[in-house]
Design a binder for this molecule. Structure first.
Ligand SMILES: *Cc1c(COP(=O)(O)O)cnc(C)c1O
Length: 610
Protein backbone atom coordinates (compact mmCIF):
# COMPACT_ATOMS: atom_id res chain seq x y z
CA UNK A 1 0.00 0.00 0.00
CA UNK A 2 2.93 2.34 0.68
CA UNK A 3 3.68 2.08 -3.02
CA UNK A 4 0.50 3.61 -4.35
CA UNK A 5 -0.65 5.58 -1.32
CA UNK A 6 2.50 7.74 -1.29
CA UNK A 7 1.90 8.68 2.34
CA UNK A 8 -1.56 10.18 1.81
CA UNK A 9 -3.33 7.02 2.97
CA UNK A 10 -2.38 4.35 5.46
CA UNK A 11 -3.81 1.84 7.89
CA UNK A 12 -3.90 3.01 11.51
CA UNK A 13 -3.37 0.58 14.40
CA UNK A 14 -7.11 0.58 14.94
CA UNK A 15 -7.48 -0.98 11.49
CA UNK A 16 -9.04 2.19 10.08
CA UNK A 17 -7.91 3.60 6.78
CA UNK A 18 -6.69 7.14 7.33
CA UNK A 19 -6.05 10.09 5.04
CA UNK A 20 -3.52 12.91 5.42
CA UNK A 21 -3.43 16.37 3.86
CA UNK A 22 0.25 16.06 3.01
CA UNK A 23 2.60 13.12 2.62
CA UNK A 24 4.28 13.59 5.97
CA UNK A 25 1.58 15.28 7.96
CA UNK A 26 1.09 14.38 11.62
CA UNK A 27 -2.64 14.88 11.24
CA UNK A 28 -4.55 11.88 9.98
CA UNK A 29 -8.29 11.33 9.72
CA UNK A 30 -10.35 8.16 9.57
CA UNK A 31 -12.02 7.87 6.20
CA UNK A 32 -14.99 6.26 7.89
CA UNK A 33 -15.49 9.35 10.11
CA UNK A 34 -15.54 11.59 7.06
CA UNK A 35 -18.02 9.32 5.34
CA UNK A 36 -20.20 9.21 8.44
CA UNK A 37 -20.28 13.01 8.63
CA UNK A 38 -21.31 13.27 5.00
CA UNK A 39 -24.01 10.66 5.48
CA UNK A 40 -25.15 12.55 8.58
CA UNK A 41 -25.48 15.62 6.38
CA UNK A 42 -27.75 13.75 3.99
CA UNK A 43 -25.35 12.11 1.56
CA UNK A 44 -25.46 8.46 0.62
CA UNK A 45 -22.97 6.06 -0.88
CA UNK A 46 -21.46 5.82 -3.44
CA UNK A 47 -19.68 9.01 -2.41
CA UNK A 48 -16.73 10.64 -4.11
CA UNK A 49 -14.49 12.32 -1.54
CA UNK A 50 -12.31 15.08 -2.94
CA UNK A 51 -9.35 16.37 -0.97
CA UNK A 52 -8.09 19.67 -2.39
CA UNK A 53 -5.30 19.67 0.23
CA UNK A 54 -3.83 16.59 -1.38
CA UNK A 55 -3.99 18.21 -4.80
CA UNK A 56 -2.17 21.26 -3.43
CA UNK A 57 0.43 19.01 -1.85
CA UNK A 58 1.03 17.30 -5.18
CA UNK A 59 1.71 20.68 -6.79
CA UNK A 60 4.12 21.56 -4.00
CA UNK A 61 5.79 18.16 -4.20
CA UNK A 62 6.32 18.42 -7.92
CA UNK A 63 7.80 21.88 -7.45
CA UNK A 64 10.05 20.53 -4.70
CA UNK A 65 11.30 17.70 -6.96
CA UNK A 66 12.22 20.19 -9.65
CA UNK A 67 13.77 22.61 -7.14
CA UNK A 68 15.98 19.74 -5.92
CA UNK A 69 16.98 18.79 -9.43
CA UNK A 70 17.69 22.41 -10.39
CA UNK A 71 19.96 22.76 -7.39
CA UNK A 72 21.64 19.43 -7.95
CA UNK A 73 22.63 20.22 -11.55
CA UNK A 74 23.22 23.94 -11.00
CA UNK A 75 20.61 24.62 -13.65
CA UNK A 76 20.34 28.32 -14.49
CA UNK A 77 16.69 28.28 -15.58
CA UNK A 78 13.48 27.85 -13.64
CA UNK A 79 10.47 25.55 -13.47
CA UNK A 80 6.72 25.97 -13.98
CA UNK A 81 4.05 23.40 -13.19
CA UNK A 82 1.08 23.40 -15.58
CA UNK A 83 -2.11 21.55 -14.71
CA UNK A 84 -3.79 19.96 -17.76
CA UNK A 85 -7.44 20.76 -17.17
CA UNK A 86 -8.57 17.65 -19.06
CA UNK A 87 -7.28 15.43 -16.24
CA UNK A 88 -10.04 16.78 -14.01
CA UNK A 89 -12.41 19.55 -15.05
CA UNK A 90 -13.46 20.42 -11.52
CA UNK A 91 -13.58 24.17 -10.97
CA UNK A 92 -12.18 23.57 -7.48
CA UNK A 93 -8.97 22.21 -8.93
CA UNK A 94 -8.56 25.00 -11.45
CA UNK A 95 -9.07 27.49 -8.61
CA UNK A 96 -6.58 25.53 -6.47
CA UNK A 97 -3.95 25.90 -9.17
CA UNK A 98 -4.48 29.65 -9.28
CA UNK A 99 -4.41 30.00 -5.52
CA UNK A 100 -1.30 27.81 -5.23
CA UNK A 101 0.37 30.25 -7.58
CA UNK A 102 -0.67 33.15 -5.41
CA UNK A 103 -0.40 31.83 -1.87
CA UNK A 104 2.62 29.55 -2.24
CA UNK A 105 4.33 31.81 -4.79
CA UNK A 106 4.76 28.84 -7.08
CA UNK A 107 4.86 29.18 -10.81
CA UNK A 108 1.71 27.38 -11.96
CA UNK A 109 -0.10 27.42 -15.27
CA UNK A 110 -3.22 25.91 -16.75
CA UNK A 111 -3.09 23.77 -19.87
CA UNK A 112 -6.19 23.48 -22.05
CA UNK A 113 -6.92 21.42 -25.13
CA UNK A 114 -10.33 22.57 -26.37
CA UNK A 115 -12.56 25.66 -26.54
CA UNK A 116 -14.69 24.68 -23.52
CA UNK A 117 -11.55 24.04 -21.47
CA UNK A 118 -10.25 27.45 -22.49
CA UNK A 119 -13.57 29.00 -21.38
CA UNK A 120 -13.22 27.29 -18.01
CA UNK A 121 -9.63 28.45 -17.55
CA UNK A 122 -10.35 31.99 -18.71
CA UNK A 123 -13.33 32.47 -16.45
CA UNK A 124 -11.36 31.34 -13.40
CA UNK A 125 -8.39 33.47 -14.37
CA UNK A 126 -10.71 36.50 -14.63
CA UNK A 127 -12.36 35.63 -11.30
CA UNK A 128 -8.96 35.35 -9.60
CA UNK A 129 -8.64 39.11 -9.83
CA UNK A 130 -5.13 39.01 -11.24
CA UNK A 131 -5.52 37.75 -14.80
CA UNK A 132 -2.25 39.39 -15.84
CA UNK A 133 -0.31 36.96 -13.63
CA UNK A 134 -1.74 33.77 -15.08
CA UNK A 135 -0.38 31.59 -17.83
CA UNK A 136 -2.69 29.49 -20.00
CA UNK A 137 -1.14 27.09 -22.50
CA UNK A 138 -3.51 26.35 -25.38
CA UNK A 139 -2.91 22.94 -26.89
CA UNK A 140 -5.15 20.73 -28.96
CA UNK A 141 -6.57 21.17 -32.43
CA UNK A 142 -7.88 24.64 -33.15
CA UNK A 143 -10.34 26.49 -35.33
CA UNK A 144 -10.66 30.24 -35.85
CA UNK A 145 -12.75 30.88 -32.75
CA UNK A 146 -10.36 28.95 -30.52
CA UNK A 147 -7.43 30.97 -31.90
CA UNK A 148 -9.27 34.27 -31.60
CA UNK A 149 -10.43 33.57 -28.06
CA UNK A 150 -6.83 32.93 -27.03
CA UNK A 151 -5.54 36.02 -28.81
CA UNK A 152 -8.22 38.32 -27.43
CA UNK A 153 -7.69 37.02 -23.90
CA UNK A 154 -4.07 38.00 -24.27
CA UNK A 155 -5.02 41.42 -25.55
CA UNK A 156 -7.89 42.22 -23.20
CA UNK A 157 -6.62 40.65 -19.95
CA UNK A 158 -2.88 40.87 -20.42
CA UNK A 159 -2.82 37.17 -19.52
CA UNK A 160 0.10 35.11 -20.75
CA UNK A 161 -1.87 32.95 -23.16
CA UNK A 162 0.42 30.71 -25.22
CA UNK A 163 -1.01 29.43 -28.48
CA UNK A 164 0.64 26.15 -29.30
CA UNK A 165 0.54 25.14 -32.96
CA UNK A 166 -0.49 21.48 -32.85
CA UNK A 167 -0.67 20.88 -36.59
CA UNK A 168 0.98 22.72 -39.43
CA UNK A 169 -2.38 23.75 -40.92
CA UNK A 170 -3.08 25.91 -37.87
CA UNK A 171 -0.20 28.23 -38.66
CA UNK A 172 -1.89 30.36 -41.33
CA UNK A 173 -4.94 30.75 -39.12
CA UNK A 174 -2.74 31.98 -36.27
CA UNK A 175 -0.83 34.41 -38.51
CA UNK A 176 -4.01 35.79 -40.08
CA UNK A 177 -5.95 36.14 -36.83
CA UNK A 178 -3.03 37.80 -35.01
CA UNK A 179 -2.73 40.40 -37.70
CA UNK A 180 -6.43 41.04 -38.11
CA UNK A 181 -6.95 41.38 -34.33
CA UNK A 182 -3.75 43.34 -33.89
CA UNK A 183 -2.34 41.04 -31.22
CA UNK A 184 1.26 40.02 -30.89
CA UNK A 185 0.85 36.37 -29.93
CA UNK A 186 3.01 34.14 -27.79
CA UNK A 187 3.35 31.04 -29.91
CA UNK A 188 4.34 27.56 -29.04
CA UNK A 189 4.83 24.61 -31.32
CA UNK A 190 4.24 20.96 -30.57
CA UNK A 191 6.94 18.62 -31.81
CA UNK A 192 6.26 15.17 -33.19
CA UNK A 193 9.24 13.33 -31.73
CA UNK A 194 10.46 10.04 -33.10
CA UNK A 195 10.74 8.64 -29.56
CA UNK A 196 7.94 6.16 -29.00
CA UNK A 197 6.41 5.23 -25.70
CA UNK A 198 5.43 1.61 -25.42
CA UNK A 199 2.54 1.88 -22.94
CA UNK A 200 -1.17 1.98 -23.61
CA UNK A 201 -1.05 5.61 -24.74
CA UNK A 202 1.99 5.08 -26.98
CA UNK A 203 0.08 6.06 -30.11
CA UNK A 204 0.36 9.73 -29.11
CA UNK A 205 4.14 9.42 -29.56
CA UNK A 206 6.42 8.52 -32.42
CA UNK A 207 6.35 9.45 -36.09
CA UNK A 208 2.78 8.14 -36.55
CA UNK A 209 1.32 10.38 -33.84
CA UNK A 210 -1.67 12.49 -34.79
CA UNK A 211 -0.18 15.47 -32.95
CA UNK A 212 2.66 17.85 -33.59
CA UNK A 213 5.01 18.88 -36.34
CA UNK A 214 7.77 16.72 -37.79
CA UNK A 215 11.15 17.99 -39.01
CA UNK A 216 9.93 19.22 -42.41
CA UNK A 217 6.96 21.06 -40.95
CA UNK A 218 9.18 22.60 -38.25
CA UNK A 219 11.47 24.03 -40.93
CA UNK A 220 8.50 25.35 -42.89
CA UNK A 221 7.03 26.92 -39.74
CA UNK A 222 10.28 28.73 -38.95
CA UNK A 223 10.55 30.01 -42.54
CA UNK A 224 6.96 31.16 -42.63
CA UNK A 225 7.21 32.94 -39.28
CA UNK A 226 10.44 34.59 -40.40
CA UNK A 227 8.86 35.74 -43.67
CA UNK A 228 5.94 37.30 -41.83
CA UNK A 229 8.18 38.94 -39.23
CA UNK A 230 6.73 36.78 -36.46
CA UNK A 231 9.61 34.49 -35.58
CA UNK A 232 10.13 36.60 -32.45
CA UNK A 233 6.73 35.36 -31.23
CA UNK A 234 7.81 31.72 -31.07
CA UNK A 235 8.23 31.34 -27.31
CA UNK A 236 7.71 27.69 -26.45
CA UNK A 237 8.63 24.25 -27.70
CA UNK A 238 6.21 21.60 -26.52
CA UNK A 239 5.92 17.84 -26.73
CA UNK A 240 3.78 15.23 -25.01
CA UNK A 241 4.51 11.52 -25.31
CA UNK A 242 1.27 10.15 -23.91
CA UNK A 243 0.04 9.12 -20.48
CA UNK A 244 1.63 6.83 -17.87
CA UNK A 245 5.10 6.61 -19.41
CA UNK A 246 6.32 3.80 -17.19
CA UNK A 247 9.90 3.54 -18.48
CA UNK A 248 12.39 6.24 -17.59
CA UNK A 249 14.52 5.29 -20.61
CA UNK A 250 11.72 6.62 -22.83
CA UNK A 251 11.74 9.92 -20.94
CA UNK A 252 15.53 10.18 -21.32
CA UNK A 253 15.38 9.51 -25.06
CA UNK A 254 12.57 11.98 -25.62
CA UNK A 255 14.41 14.63 -23.62
CA UNK A 256 17.57 14.22 -25.72
CA UNK A 257 15.57 14.56 -28.89
CA UNK A 258 13.51 17.53 -27.68
CA UNK A 259 16.61 19.33 -26.42
CA UNK A 260 18.36 18.86 -29.78
CA UNK A 261 15.29 20.33 -31.46
CA UNK A 262 15.15 23.20 -28.98
CA UNK A 263 18.78 24.13 -29.67
CA UNK A 264 18.21 23.91 -33.44
CA UNK A 265 15.19 26.21 -33.29
CA UNK A 266 17.17 28.73 -31.24
CA UNK A 267 20.01 28.62 -33.76
CA UNK A 268 17.46 29.31 -36.50
CA UNK A 269 16.51 32.52 -34.71
CA UNK A 270 13.50 31.56 -32.58
CA UNK A 271 13.74 33.16 -29.12
CA UNK A 272 11.79 30.36 -27.37
CA UNK A 273 12.48 30.58 -23.63
CA UNK A 274 10.19 27.74 -22.51
CA UNK A 275 10.51 24.01 -23.00
CA UNK A 276 7.23 22.27 -22.17
CA UNK A 277 7.84 18.55 -21.69
CA UNK A 278 4.14 17.65 -21.53
CA UNK A 279 2.54 15.13 -19.18
CA UNK A 280 2.94 11.40 -18.85
CA UNK A 281 4.58 11.26 -15.42
CA UNK A 282 3.56 7.77 -14.35
CA UNK A 283 1.95 6.75 -11.07
CA UNK A 284 2.28 3.52 -9.17
CA UNK A 285 -1.08 1.77 -9.07
CA UNK A 286 0.25 -1.55 -7.80
CA UNK A 287 3.49 -3.19 -6.88
CA UNK A 288 3.37 -5.81 -9.57
CA UNK A 289 5.53 -4.52 -12.42
CA UNK A 290 4.04 -3.85 -15.82
CA UNK A 291 2.47 -0.64 -17.09
CA UNK A 292 0.87 0.26 -13.76
CA UNK A 293 4.19 0.26 -11.95
CA UNK A 294 6.71 2.78 -13.28
CA UNK A 295 10.43 2.10 -12.93
CA UNK A 296 11.11 5.57 -11.55
CA UNK A 297 9.95 8.15 -9.02
CA UNK A 298 8.82 11.74 -9.58
CA UNK A 299 12.26 12.83 -8.33
CA UNK A 300 14.04 10.58 -10.86
CA UNK A 301 11.85 12.11 -13.53
CA UNK A 302 12.66 15.69 -12.48
CA UNK A 303 16.36 14.83 -12.33
CA UNK A 304 16.40 13.40 -15.84
CA UNK A 305 14.40 16.26 -17.32
CA UNK A 306 16.56 18.94 -15.71
CA UNK A 307 19.83 17.11 -16.44
CA UNK A 308 18.98 16.80 -20.14
CA UNK A 309 18.08 20.46 -20.49
CA UNK A 310 21.16 21.47 -18.54
CA UNK A 311 23.40 19.35 -20.80
CA UNK A 312 21.91 21.07 -23.81
CA UNK A 313 22.49 24.54 -22.36
CA UNK A 314 26.12 23.74 -21.59
CA UNK A 315 26.93 21.94 -24.84
CA UNK A 316 25.03 24.19 -27.22
CA UNK A 317 25.51 27.44 -25.29
CA UNK A 318 21.78 28.06 -25.20
CA UNK A 319 20.10 30.25 -22.55
CA UNK A 320 18.40 28.10 -19.96
CA UNK A 321 14.66 27.85 -20.69
CA UNK A 322 11.80 27.68 -18.21
CA UNK A 323 11.01 23.98 -17.95
CA UNK A 324 7.26 23.35 -17.96
CA UNK A 325 5.56 20.06 -17.09
CA UNK A 326 1.91 19.16 -17.71
CA UNK A 327 1.44 16.19 -15.37
CA UNK A 328 -2.26 15.52 -15.00
CA UNK A 329 -2.37 11.99 -13.65
CA UNK A 330 0.38 12.74 -11.16
CA UNK A 331 -1.23 15.89 -9.76
CA UNK A 332 -4.89 14.88 -9.63
CA UNK A 333 -5.16 11.13 -9.00
CA UNK A 334 -4.61 10.93 -5.24
CA UNK A 335 -7.02 13.71 -4.39
CA UNK A 336 -10.21 11.66 -4.99
CA UNK A 337 -11.43 8.49 -3.29
CA UNK A 338 -14.70 6.80 -4.12
CA UNK A 339 -16.34 5.14 -1.13
CA UNK A 340 -19.07 2.59 -1.79
CA UNK A 341 -20.70 -0.44 -0.27
CA UNK A 342 -20.55 -3.98 -1.51
CA UNK A 343 -22.78 -6.77 -0.37
CA UNK A 344 -20.93 -10.00 -0.20
CA UNK A 345 -21.79 -13.53 0.24
CA UNK A 346 -23.24 -16.76 -0.81
CA UNK A 347 -25.84 -18.05 1.56
CA UNK A 348 -24.45 -21.16 3.21
CA UNK A 349 -26.49 -24.30 3.04
CA UNK A 350 -27.10 -25.68 6.53
CA UNK A 351 -26.60 -29.43 6.45
CA UNK A 352 -30.22 -29.98 7.36
CA UNK A 353 -31.67 -33.48 7.86
CA UNK A 354 -33.34 -33.39 4.48
CA UNK A 355 -30.12 -32.79 2.57
CA UNK A 356 -28.24 -35.32 4.70
CA UNK A 357 -30.60 -38.19 4.25
CA UNK A 358 -31.11 -37.62 0.59
CA UNK A 359 -27.39 -37.42 0.00
CA UNK A 360 -26.69 -40.51 2.08
CA UNK A 361 -29.40 -42.52 0.50
CA UNK A 362 -29.07 -41.26 -3.04
CA UNK A 363 -27.01 -42.57 -5.90
CA UNK A 364 -24.38 -39.98 -5.26
CA UNK A 365 -24.01 -40.61 -1.53
CA UNK A 366 -20.59 -42.23 -1.78
CA UNK A 367 -19.38 -39.49 -4.12
CA UNK A 368 -20.41 -36.71 -1.75
CA UNK A 369 -18.94 -38.52 1.28
CA UNK A 370 -15.57 -38.63 -0.45
CA UNK A 371 -15.84 -34.97 -1.43
CA UNK A 372 -16.70 -34.23 2.21
CA UNK A 373 -13.48 -35.99 3.30
CA UNK A 374 -11.40 -33.85 0.95
CA UNK A 375 -13.01 -30.82 2.53
CA UNK A 376 -12.25 -32.02 6.08
CA UNK A 377 -8.65 -32.75 5.20
CA UNK A 378 -8.11 -29.47 3.40
CA UNK A 379 -8.09 -27.71 6.79
CA UNK A 380 -5.15 -29.74 8.04
CA UNK A 381 -1.59 -30.31 7.01
CA UNK A 382 -2.33 -32.17 3.81
CA UNK A 383 -1.00 -30.97 0.48
CA UNK A 384 -3.06 -27.94 -0.57
CA UNK A 385 -2.13 -28.51 -4.21
CA UNK A 386 -3.74 -31.94 -3.99
CA UNK A 387 -6.90 -30.61 -2.36
CA UNK A 388 -7.07 -27.95 -5.05
CA UNK A 389 -6.89 -30.51 -7.88
CA UNK A 390 -9.30 -32.94 -6.18
CA UNK A 391 -11.88 -30.22 -5.65
CA UNK A 392 -11.80 -29.24 -9.30
CA UNK A 393 -12.20 -32.86 -10.33
CA UNK A 394 -15.11 -33.44 -7.96
CA UNK A 395 -16.89 -30.29 -9.05
CA UNK A 396 -16.57 -31.18 -12.73
CA UNK A 397 -17.95 -34.67 -11.99
CA UNK A 398 -20.80 -33.25 -9.96
CA UNK A 399 -21.77 -30.96 -12.81
CA UNK A 400 -21.75 -33.86 -15.30
CA UNK A 401 -23.72 -36.08 -12.94
CA UNK A 402 -26.32 -33.37 -12.53
CA UNK A 403 -26.60 -32.89 -16.29
CA UNK A 404 -27.04 -36.65 -16.74
CA UNK A 405 -29.85 -36.64 -14.22
CA UNK A 406 -28.16 -38.83 -11.60
CA UNK A 407 -27.52 -36.03 -9.10
CA UNK A 408 -30.24 -34.00 -7.43
CA UNK A 409 -30.26 -30.23 -7.09
CA UNK A 410 -29.72 -30.55 -3.33
CA UNK A 411 -26.68 -32.71 -3.92
CA UNK A 412 -25.27 -30.31 -6.47
CA UNK A 413 -25.73 -27.42 -4.04
CA UNK A 414 -23.80 -29.35 -1.39
CA UNK A 415 -21.01 -30.15 -3.89
CA UNK A 416 -20.70 -26.46 -4.77
CA UNK A 417 -20.49 -25.53 -1.15
CA UNK A 418 -17.74 -28.06 -0.54
CA UNK A 419 -15.84 -26.76 -3.55
CA UNK A 420 -15.99 -23.13 -2.36
CA UNK A 421 -14.98 -24.16 1.13
CA UNK A 422 -11.93 -26.04 -0.13
CA UNK A 423 -10.88 -23.14 -2.36
CA UNK A 424 -11.11 -20.71 0.50
CA UNK A 425 -9.02 -22.96 2.75
CA UNK A 426 -6.43 -23.61 0.05
CA UNK A 427 -6.16 -19.91 -0.80
CA UNK A 428 -5.28 -19.13 2.81
CA UNK A 429 -2.39 -21.59 2.76
CA UNK A 430 -0.02 -18.98 1.29
CA UNK A 431 2.71 -18.65 0.36
CA UNK A 432 4.21 -21.38 -1.72
CA UNK A 433 0.99 -22.69 -3.16
CA UNK A 434 1.49 -22.54 -6.88
CA UNK A 435 -2.15 -22.23 -7.74
CA UNK A 436 -2.99 -19.83 -4.96
CA UNK A 437 -4.23 -17.07 -7.24
CA UNK A 438 -6.45 -19.47 -9.09
CA UNK A 439 -7.79 -20.92 -5.83
CA UNK A 440 -8.51 -17.40 -4.64
CA UNK A 441 -10.44 -16.66 -7.76
CA UNK A 442 -12.41 -19.89 -7.83
CA UNK A 443 -13.27 -19.71 -4.14
CA UNK A 444 -13.90 -15.97 -4.03
CA UNK A 445 -17.09 -14.63 -2.54
CA UNK A 446 -19.11 -12.75 -5.15
CA UNK A 447 -19.64 -9.14 -4.02
CA UNK A 448 -22.12 -6.75 -5.58
CA UNK A 449 -20.71 -3.24 -5.45
CA UNK A 450 -23.16 -0.37 -5.42
CA UNK A 451 -21.50 1.62 -8.20
CA UNK A 452 -21.01 1.59 -11.92
CA UNK A 453 -17.50 0.87 -13.15
CA UNK A 454 -18.47 2.77 -16.30
CA UNK A 455 -19.40 5.89 -14.35
CA UNK A 456 -16.75 5.93 -11.64
CA UNK A 457 -13.75 3.89 -12.79
CA UNK A 458 -14.16 3.55 -16.52
CA UNK A 459 -10.48 2.88 -17.11
CA UNK A 460 -10.83 -0.39 -15.19
CA UNK A 461 -12.80 -1.47 -18.25
CA UNK A 462 -11.51 0.73 -21.05
CA UNK A 463 -7.77 0.23 -20.63
CA UNK A 464 -7.80 -2.60 -18.08
CA UNK A 465 -6.32 -0.33 -15.46
CA UNK A 466 -5.49 -1.66 -12.02
CA UNK A 467 -6.97 0.53 -9.28
CA UNK A 468 -6.25 0.21 -5.56
CA UNK A 469 -9.33 -1.09 -3.76
CA UNK A 470 -9.33 -1.51 0.02
CA UNK A 471 -11.94 -1.85 2.80
CA UNK A 472 -11.88 1.45 4.74
CA UNK A 473 -11.97 -0.25 8.14
CA UNK A 474 -11.49 -3.60 9.84
CA UNK A 475 -7.92 -3.85 8.58
CA UNK A 476 -6.30 -4.68 11.93
CA UNK A 477 -6.96 -8.37 11.50
CA UNK A 478 -5.71 -10.68 8.79
CA UNK A 479 -8.17 -11.15 5.94
CA UNK A 480 -9.97 -14.48 5.97
CA UNK A 481 -11.74 -14.36 2.62
CA UNK A 482 -11.46 -13.07 -0.89
CA UNK A 483 -14.04 -11.18 -2.90
CA UNK A 484 -14.77 -10.85 -6.58
CA UNK A 485 -16.10 -7.34 -6.88
CA UNK A 486 -18.58 -6.69 -9.66
CA UNK A 487 -20.78 -3.68 -10.20
CA UNK A 488 -24.44 -2.83 -10.46
CA UNK A 489 -24.60 -2.58 -14.25
CA UNK A 490 -25.98 -5.34 -16.44
CA UNK A 491 -22.64 -5.55 -18.19
CA UNK A 492 -20.36 -8.54 -17.70
CA UNK A 493 -17.43 -6.15 -18.05
CA UNK A 494 -18.67 -4.22 -15.03
CA UNK A 495 -16.20 -5.82 -12.66
CA UNK A 496 -12.87 -5.02 -11.03
CA UNK A 497 -10.74 -7.66 -12.72
CA UNK A 498 -7.48 -6.29 -11.37
CA UNK A 499 -7.11 -4.51 -8.06
CA UNK A 500 -4.16 -3.48 -5.93
CA UNK A 501 -4.57 -3.94 -2.23
CA UNK A 502 -1.75 -3.47 0.21
CA UNK A 503 1.07 -2.99 -2.25
CA UNK A 504 0.71 -6.59 -3.34
CA UNK A 505 1.00 -7.62 -6.92
CA UNK A 506 -2.28 -6.89 -8.67
CA UNK A 507 -4.92 -9.46 -7.94
CA UNK A 508 -8.26 -10.38 -9.45
CA UNK A 509 -9.78 -10.69 -6.00
CA UNK A 510 -9.95 -8.49 -2.93
CA UNK A 511 -8.85 -9.85 0.46
CA UNK A 512 -11.19 -8.95 3.30
CA UNK A 513 -12.10 -9.90 6.82
CA UNK A 514 -15.56 -11.33 7.32
CA UNK A 515 -17.47 -9.54 10.04
CA UNK A 516 -20.73 -11.40 9.72
CA UNK A 517 -22.59 -8.42 8.27
CA UNK A 518 -22.14 -9.46 4.64
CA UNK A 519 -21.47 -5.82 3.87
CA UNK A 520 -18.17 -4.16 3.04
CA UNK A 521 -17.42 -0.45 2.79
CA UNK A 522 -14.70 -0.06 0.23
CA UNK A 523 -12.49 2.78 -0.93
CA UNK A 524 -11.43 2.98 -4.54
CA UNK A 525 -8.28 5.05 -4.73
CA UNK A 526 -6.40 7.15 -7.31
CA UNK A 527 -9.56 8.04 -9.20
CA UNK A 528 -8.92 11.81 -9.26
CA UNK A 529 -7.65 11.89 -12.84
CA UNK A 530 -9.75 11.18 -15.92
CA UNK A 531 -12.43 8.93 -14.35
CA UNK A 532 -14.85 11.74 -13.61
CA UNK A 533 -14.82 13.23 -17.08
CA UNK A 534 -14.64 9.96 -19.01
CA UNK A 535 -17.32 8.21 -16.95
CA UNK A 536 -20.52 7.51 -18.86
CA UNK A 537 -24.23 6.92 -18.30
CA UNK A 538 -24.21 3.13 -18.90
CA UNK A 539 -27.47 1.72 -17.51
CA UNK A 540 -28.50 5.33 -16.83
CA UNK A 541 -26.50 5.46 -13.60
CA UNK A 542 -25.43 9.08 -13.20
CA UNK A 543 -23.03 11.05 -11.03
CA UNK A 544 -22.59 9.98 -7.41
CA UNK A 545 -22.69 12.14 -4.29
CA UNK A 546 -19.55 14.25 -4.02
CA UNK A 547 -17.95 15.88 -1.01
CA UNK A 548 -15.07 18.30 -0.81
CA UNK A 549 -13.21 17.84 2.44
CA UNK A 550 -10.68 20.32 3.78
CA UNK A 551 -8.20 18.96 6.31
CA UNK A 552 -6.40 21.07 8.87
CA UNK A 553 -2.73 20.56 9.60
CA UNK A 554 -3.31 20.76 13.34
CA UNK A 555 -6.08 18.13 13.12
CA UNK A 556 -9.75 18.54 12.30
CA UNK A 557 -11.47 18.68 9.00
CA UNK A 558 -14.48 20.20 7.41
CA UNK A 559 -16.88 19.16 4.69
CA UNK A 560 -16.78 22.26 2.51
CA UNK A 561 -19.01 21.17 -0.29
CA UNK A 562 -21.59 18.44 -0.61
CA UNK A 563 -23.24 17.84 -3.94
CA UNK A 564 -26.09 15.38 -4.37
CA UNK A 565 -26.09 12.43 -6.73
CA UNK A 566 -27.73 13.05 -10.07
CA UNK A 567 -31.38 12.12 -10.07
CA UNK A 568 -32.59 9.61 -12.66
CA UNK A 569 -34.50 12.53 -14.15
CA UNK A 570 -31.31 14.34 -15.05
CA UNK A 571 -29.63 11.31 -16.59
CA UNK A 572 -32.79 10.48 -18.54
CA UNK A 573 -32.86 14.04 -19.87
CA UNK A 574 -29.48 13.46 -21.51
CA UNK A 575 -30.93 10.40 -23.19
CA UNK A 576 -33.80 12.43 -24.65
CA UNK A 577 -36.56 11.95 -22.06
CA UNK A 578 -38.39 14.92 -20.67
CA UNK A 579 -39.34 14.39 -17.02
CA UNK A 580 -42.52 16.46 -17.36
CA UNK A 581 -43.68 14.46 -20.35
CA UNK A 582 -42.84 11.18 -18.59
CA UNK A 583 -44.85 12.20 -15.53
CA UNK A 584 -47.81 13.40 -17.54
CA UNK A 585 -47.85 10.22 -19.61
CA UNK A 586 -47.96 7.98 -16.53
CA UNK A 587 -50.51 10.23 -14.89
CA UNK A 588 -52.84 10.03 -17.86
CA UNK A 589 -52.53 6.26 -18.23
CA UNK A 590 -52.45 5.24 -14.54
CA UNK A 591 -54.85 7.96 -13.36
CA UNK A 592 -52.68 8.86 -10.38
CA UNK A 593 -52.54 6.41 -7.50
CA UNK A 594 -49.68 4.33 -6.15
CA UNK A 595 -47.84 3.81 -9.43
CA UNK A 596 -47.77 7.54 -10.06
CA UNK A 597 -46.34 8.25 -6.62
CA UNK A 598 -43.63 5.66 -6.84
CA UNK A 599 -42.78 6.61 -10.40
CA UNK A 600 -42.21 10.21 -9.31
CA UNK A 601 -40.12 9.17 -6.37
CA UNK A 602 -37.85 6.86 -8.36
CA UNK A 603 -37.52 9.53 -11.04
CA UNK A 604 -36.22 12.03 -8.49
CA UNK A 605 -33.81 9.57 -6.83
CA UNK A 606 -30.43 8.55 -8.14
CA UNK A 607 -30.29 5.12 -9.72
CA UNK A 608 -27.92 3.57 -7.17
CA UNK A 609 -29.17 0.91 -4.78
CA UNK A 610 -30.49 2.03 -1.43
C1 LIG B 1 -3.41 14.56 -21.58
C2 LIG B 1 -2.32 15.53 -21.71
C3 LIG B 1 -1.49 15.81 -20.62
C4 LIG B 1 -1.62 15.10 -19.28
O1 LIG B 1 -1.11 13.81 -19.33
P1 LIG B 1 -0.94 12.94 -17.99
O2 LIG B 1 -0.68 11.58 -18.45
O3 LIG B 1 -2.19 13.07 -17.23
O4 LIG B 1 0.21 13.51 -17.24
C5 LIG B 1 -0.53 16.78 -20.78
N1 LIG B 1 -0.36 17.42 -21.96
C6 LIG B 1 -1.12 17.16 -23.03
C7 LIG B 1 -0.88 17.88 -24.29
C8 LIG B 1 -2.12 16.20 -22.96
O5 LIG B 1 -2.86 15.94 -24.02
Amino acid sequence: MDDWAEGYFSVAESGELVVRPTKDSEASHNLSDLVEACVGAGASLPLLLNFPDIFRDRIRTQHACFADAIERYGYQGSYACAFPVKANHSGDLVRSVLSAAEEDSLRCSLEVGSKPELLAALSEVCASGAPGCAQIICNGFKDRKYVELALLARKALGADVVLCVDRYEELELVIESSSSLGVEPALGVRAKLSTRHGGHWGATSGPGSKFGLGAREMVLLVRRLRDTGMLGSLRMLHFHLGSQVAEISVVKRAMREACALYAELVSLGAPLGSLDVGGGLALTYDGGGGPWTPDHTAQNYANDVVASVNDMCVQKKVDAPVIVTESGRYLASHHSVLVFEASCGQPSLPPGPEAETRAAGGAMGYFLDTFEEVYEESAGASDPEEAYADAHQFRAEAQSAFSLGVMTLEELARAEELFDGIMERVSRRAPGVGRLESARTSGAVPCLANLSVFRSAIDAWAVKQTFPLVPISGLAEEPDAHARVYDLTCDSDGEFRSVATSGDAPSSVLPFRRDGSGCLTLGLFLVGAYQRSLGCDHNLLGGTWEATVAMREGGGWEVEGLVGAEGAEEVLRRAGYDAGRMRRGVEAAAKGGELQELFDEVLRDSGYLK
